[in-house]
Design a protein around this ligand. Sequence first.
Ligand code: ZN
Length: 386
Amino acid sequence: MTDAAIPVTGRAVERFVEAYLTSLGAKIEKDGRQWSVVLPDDADTDLELDGTVLEIADDPADVEDGAVPIAPESPFVERVLDEAADRTPVGSVSFTSDGVEIRFPPWITDGPTDVEEATFTPYYDRLAVCALFHVGIETVSEYQREELRAVAIDLNDEEERPRLAESYLDLVNDDQRELNEGDRIDEARLKDALDGAHTAVENDVSSVVLETRERATRAADIELDEYRQFVRQRRDELSDEIENLSDRIEEVNETIEAASEQQERVDGLRKRKELQMELDDLRSEHDELSSQIETGFPEKRHEIRERHALTVRIRPVAATAISYERGDLELALQSNSTTFSRTYGYAVGVGVMEDANCERCGKPLTAENPLTITGNRTIGASCCGE
Ligand SMILES: [Zn+2]
């Protein structure tokens, strides 16, 4: 899971429902954990909320009488997710250096270097789409995983911007912050960006899907194996019972032949008929099981496969056009009692755009190999530092 994925917890669900209702133009009155919602008459929704009390709950069963729970997997939240996936409401925000704090990369902050001053000069605006996807991976039998995953795609180069998606999640989860509205985006560009984002989410979850599929296949194999053993055992038991019953019928036959009185003979014949019927039943069950064993349990196999089949749902439930500023970040730095300055390409919400390398040996600077200075060259503290 990248940082831009959040499990569908109570908090995430609450945020998401609020954002969706707000996108419909709803007025939400909050009283503790209870919300009453008034939708405008022309709201484009099938949700009927007039007079309904929504209540935030950890457990959907645990709300006041008549209240509709907002909880992970509650039917109401499922409906909101479904409707949001059908409509994908689109908002817009603008990230500027006034509203979003400057973010330094770990290869600067995790080492011996201090940032004394930072000046950002924006040169132009870039536009990205950040889409929130509801991802559900489940099998009928047992496995279920749900999460909301944010993906940001830059419209200029169609590249993914994971840190922009993280910044977006941080900011929308920050109660205190009012975000400015940004540029709108046309339908065609939005569609392209959502397609790109969808592919990115598919790639992100592919290893989980693969792993889950393998696990489900193993579970199905084990179940089929247990069933096979059970059928074999039952067939062996039946063979024994058939043999016992045949012996008893043989004994009854002898009794009938040796009978000297009419009544004894009639009783014997009745007994033999009963036992014979029982034997026929056992034989037909035995034959049925033998034929299942020979053909490899096609019906059971199908039923088990169905039960362990994997359903993967990836649906965009919200999209936001993000305008963000790009420019230069000029830093006054201090390390080893030396003050020096460096300038890096920088984007608000994304951070430093370029990779930095040790000026002595060329190794990349990272949290483990952070920036320091020697003479007038910036170097990695691990690769070339003292
Ligand atoms: Zn080096």
